[in-house]
Ligand binder design. Structure first.
Ligand SMILES: *Cc1c(COP(=O)(O)O)cnc(C)c1O
Length: 406
């Protein structure tokens, strides 16, 4: 076994845990990296006596166990459970609620979460109320006895607004309500919601945790033994579990999360500052900037006040310029998703958030000219030059086409 698996592992720092937590040496061969355990079933020596810890891979598997142990350590939770996607993680948590339950959620949740809340949970008798200002509104939205869950996403997507997790948790806990935080955008390196009062932290592992845009997976971490029993039961009963190969890959990605998250933050900061001083830009949303409306929350909630790798900005020239910008970048790829080593750009109003009615979108700051940027780990100067070049070209071309007024 690895020397960190001795019950003192949580005293170690992030980088040490990322590399070693849940990564025991193979006891029979000494292999430093765990083999991928593809077997779906495990032999038993007599009825009810499996050789080791495992019986059937949906219930548990060595690669999934290792990954879950690593996430629990990095999120400061007692337990973690992995699922086949971030969306499956959300679904299982919502499935844990009885029919008739009520949920209070921030309005700017991930599109797929919004879809699940409004089109799936509602069909199972779970009602969700959305709030654009949850710190101020949560108290009056709580229905005594009915409200079971508060759902927070911080930062929000794609406008990067922050929620004070502790402030909301304190109100929710007075009423015995469980608080969930979707921490996908920050990753466990930048923010640990359980340390700010949340009960469950969830991730789309697909993004920063795996970090290489080649695995779809989700995870939830928490401390409660009651939640452990309930969610483990549902993980097995529903069966939306990741494959051993995906667990192995995501665990490999996780080992460099701290390096990638630091580099992505550095790159995003350079780009946000360059955008902020460009005459072609209307506004920049980046929690690492002093001008950000929730900078005080970032300083309180994020490691060293880091802003993470995500930002968004509005440029002059309307939707035309936004579309052209994404066409003209050469290092940044035009694509959905985020959190990988490669930098991406997209136009939320036309892509990830196109399903939301225009008025509702614009009320939360998602205008047609808003561009979302996911900074990877390329060199900052190359990224900055690419952004400034594409920005100049896009704004000039949009003006020529007569779409200069936005
Ligand atoms: C991508 C994402 C999800 C959904 O995760 P999948 O792995 O794509 O199912 C949930 N929340 C946020 C914030 C995301 O970015």
């Amino acid at each position: 076994m690895g020397s960190l698996d001795n019950g003192h592992s949580t005293e170690r720092r992030f980088g040490t845990l990322a590399v070693h937590a849940g990564a025991p040496h193979d006891p029979s061969t000494g292999a430093v990296i765990a083999p991928i355990s593809l077997s779906t079933t495990y032999a038993q020596t007599s009825v009810g006596s499996p050789v080791g810890l495992y019986e059937y891979t949906r219930s548990s598997n060595p690669n999934r166990d290792n990954f879950e142990e690593a996430i629990a350590a990095l999120e400061h939770g007692k337990y973690a459970l992995a699922f086949s996607s971030g969306s499956a993680t959300t679904a299982v948590i919502l499935q844990s609620l009885a029919a008739g339950s009520h949920v209070v959620s921030v309005s700017d949740v991930y599109g797929g979460t919004h879809r699940y809340f409004t089109k799936v949970a509602s069909a199972h008798g779970v009602e969700v109320s959305f709030s654009p200002a949850i710190e101020q509104e949560v108290e009056k939205l709580i229905r005594p006895g009915e409200t079971k869950l508060v759902w927070i996403e911080s930062p929000s997507n794609p406008t990067l607004g922050l929620v004070d997790i502790r402030a909301v948790s304190e109100i929710a806990h007075k009423h015995g309500i469980t608080v969930v935080v979707d921490n996908t955008f920050m990753s466990p390196y930048v923010q640990n919601p359980l340390l700010h009062g949340a009960d469950i932290v969830v991730h789309s592992v697909t993004k920063y945790i795996n970090g290489h845009s080649d695995v779809l997976m989700g995870v939830a971490a928490f401390n409660s033994d009651v939640l452990k029993e309930r969610l483990t039961f549902l993980q097995n009963a529903i069966g939306a579990v990741p494959s051993p190969f995906d667990c192995w890959l995501a665990h490999r990605g996780l080992k460099t999360l701290h390096l990638r998250a630091r580099e992505a933050t550095k790159n995003a900061t350079v780009i946000a500052q360059a955008l902020e001083s460009s005459p072609h830009v209307i506004s920049v949303n980046y929690p690492g900037l002093d001008s950000h409306k929730h900078r005080a929350i970032a300083l309180k909630q994020h490691r060293d006040g880091m802003g993470g790798g995500m930002l968004s900005f509005r440029l002059k020239g309307g939707q035309t310029a936004a579309h052209l910008f994404c066409k003209y970048t050469k290092v940044f790829t035009l694509a959905e998703s985020l959190g990988g080593v490669e930098s991406l750009v997209e136009v939320p109003a036309s892509m990830t958030h196109a399903g939301i009615p225009k008025a509702e979108r614009e009320a939360s700051g998602v205008f047609d000219d808003l561009v979302r940027v996911s900074c990877g780990v390329e060199d900052a100067e190359d990224l900055k030059a690419d952004v400034l070049n594409a920005l100049g070209l896009a704004v000039a071309d949009a003006e020529k086409k007569g779409n200069g007024k936005s």
